[in-house]
Design a protein around this ligand. Structure first.
Ligand code: NDP
Length: 286
């Protein structure tokens, strides 16, 4: 009898479309680097097949999976348990399977927070956030749970900004307001951290959210969720004004690290993951 093990740990992602999602390359590079015999299978799962896919993952004893668009809310009805942030946010993008039980979490905001904590602890800080989509919602809730003092959310559709502010006020110890965004946004005096959580800048190095750059203050932390290109025009302009910049690549990498910690209890090498994504993004720009 051979004592070799030909059975890999299975993890992966359910979304549609999925072909342009580079997470599989990032995570499998880090599995190989760590000598972990695990696979990350990038699955195209249509909405009508989500339940079957989740049951399949349990049946095949997967350790866990990510779910991305359009499944982040729909997957909740198939889970046994939700982590606190996922419950407040109302969306799940990471599911761990433990003894057949499905536990949902949301790593969007946690990935951002892990990046942010490399430069500053958000506790007691005043935050100005552009955008009120899914990423903004997850980030705002995590910042609230992390003890931010105040969060201002601005959005073209002001109702979405107020919904997020209310979520933060009702579920965390932080104060928050939602405001309409029309014309050039001005960063309020006393702001510690400015975050672009809109999709402006994705795939366009010259695009920038409408903001009065003269209201940025030297020493402020300015973060962008855009992973590609990592150095957005917003971050470049902020750096020229003496701000500390934080790119969206770190958020993406940290989401991968946190996901694998939830699935396997192991911490992958963030540097390997970041370099893999940089190589992929620079190849796609060429
Ligand atoms: P959503 O579609 O849910 O939200 C998009 C947000 O951007 C909305 O608030 C929308 O405003 C705003 N927006 C879009 N265009 C403009 C514009 N021209 N001016 C002002 N606001 C605008 O997307 P997500 O929240 O899911 O994703 C947002 C970005 O975050 C994406 O680019 C995505 O790639 C990135 N992301 C990065 C992650 C990472 O790990 N780095 C993880 C998740 C997302 P309105 O409501 O008024 O339309």
């Amino acid at each position: 009898m051979s004592n070799q093990n030909f059975r890999s740990i299975l993890t992966g992602s359910f979304s549609t479309p999925c072909a342009d999602n580079p997470t599989v390359a990032m995570i499998e590079a880090a599995y190989r680097h760590a000598g972990i015999d695990a696979r990350y299978i990038n699955c195209d799962v249509k909405a009508t097949h989500l339940k079957a896919a989740v049951r399949g993952a349990v049946a095949m004893e997967w350790a866990g999976f990510n779910c991305s668009l359009p499944h982040k809310v729909a997957v909740i009805e198939y889970l046994d348990e939700l982590a606190e942030a996922a419950r407040i946010i109302g969306a799940v993008n990471c599911v761990a399977i433990r003894d057949g039980r499905l536990v949902g979490d949301n790593t969007d905001g946690k990935g951002f927070l892990a990046s942010l904590r490399d430069v500053v602890d958000p506790a007691g800080k005043k935050i100005f956030m552009l955008g009120a989509g899914g990423a903004a919602r997850a980030i705002a809730v995590e910042l609230g749970l992390a003890g931010a003092e105040h969060i201002t959310v601005i959005n073209r559709d002001a109702a979405k900004a107020e919904t997020i502010a209310a979520l933060v006020r009702d579920n965390t110890g932080s104060d928050a307001v939602g405001r309409p965004w029309s014309g050039k946004a001005c960063v309020p005096d006393g702001t510690d951290i400015v975050i672009n959580a809109t999709s402006v800048g994705l795939g366009d190095a010259q695009a920038m959210p409408e903001i009065d750059l003269d209201t940025l203050a030297k020493g402020q932390i300015v973060a962008d969720v855009i992973p590609n290109p990592p150095m957005t025009r917003f971050l470049r302009e902020a750096r020229e004004r003496g701000c500390t910049s934080l790119d969206g690549l770190g958020m993406l990498v940290n989401q991968g690290v946190i996901g694998v910690e939830l699935w396997l209890g192991k911490t992958l090498d963030a540097g390997v993951m970041k370099q893999t994504l940089r190589d992929i993004f620079s190849a796609s720009d060429a």
